[in-house]
Design a binder for this molecule. Structure first.
Ligand SMILES: N[C@@H](CCC(=O)N[C@@H](CS)C(=O)NCC(=O)O)C(=O)O
Length: 230
């Protein structure tokens, strides 16, 4: 299997299937495609459009199959490797894992729009401002807190053992940290559990080592609070 991903510092969608494949020890070749402005004539689009119908990362190739969406990739892997239990074995937790993964996949638009993943950066100077200016952000974080609080054991992962659901919430952990958004002690406990996971640790180490900054992803470090008025 070949997994195409973007910059580990920025690519929240790539992080999800990558974590699943690493955590469950599924063998794959990693293809790292550098972010740019995603213009049609630039390298990223040229390369990804030749591989994937969406022209986006992540994309998984498995022999003659192309799978081009993070959730579809995870579902495909769960189907290919049933013995690995990528979704929880417990039926109730499996339903919950699917619901919260889908909720993340299609929602949390304010968090996604204003708090782009940027693992290497300390953006707490902007996080405080976003927190006071954007009630929708506070509401989304409250929903995340609720989802996390409902995990079966407060010392464990979202639906028991590490599953696809945790991979889907890993970029949120990164965002909450970079933007210094205020969260409860129980949420911080989950974040620590995630940060101790070897696959998550490996992604973070590699993200920090990249040092390939892309202007398009760095609006806050370029313009600071002014960006909010642009
Ligand atoms: N829904 C897709 C989203 C994929 C996506 O938006 N990927 C971004 C990088 S994190 C991308 O490739 N962007 C390029 C573009 O927008 O043209 C998924 O779950 O995989």
């Amino acid at each position: 299997m070949q997994l195409y991903i973007g910059n580990k510092n920025y690519s929240s969608w790539s992080m999800r299937p990558w974590l699943v494949m690493k955590h469950f020890n599924l063998h794959f070749e990693e293809h790292w495609v550098a972010f740019d402005d995603f213009a049609a004539d630039e390298a990223f689009k040229q390369r990804m459009s030749s591989i994937s119908p969406s022209g986006k990362v992540p994309t998984l190739l498995d022999q003659n199959l192309v799978i081009w969406d993070s959730l579809a990739i995870c579902e495909y892997l769960a189907e290919q490797f049933p013995e690995k239990h990528l979704w929880p074995t417990d039926r109730v937790q499996r339903v919950r894992a699917r619901c919260i993964s889908a909720e993340m996949h299609s929602g949390f638009t304010t968090l996604r729009q204003y708090c782009g993943m940027n693992i290497e950066a300390d953006l707490s100077f902007i996080g405080g401002k976003l927190w006071t200016d954007l009630p929708a952000l506070v509401k989304e974080v409250a929903r995340i807190e609720q989802i996390w609080a409902e995990r079966p054991s407060l010392d464990g992962f979202l639906c028991g053992d590490f599953s696809i659901a945790d991979a889907f919430y890993a970029p949120v952990v990164m965002r909450l940290l970079s933007y210094g958004l205020p969260v409860s002690e129980q949420a911080q406990h989950y974040m620590q559990t995630m940060l101790a996971n070897p696959a998550v640790k490996e992604w973070i180490t590699e993200a920090r080592a990249e040092k390939q900054f892309v202007q398009r992803q760095e609006v806050y470090r370029q313009h600071g609070e002014q960006f909010l008025r642009l």
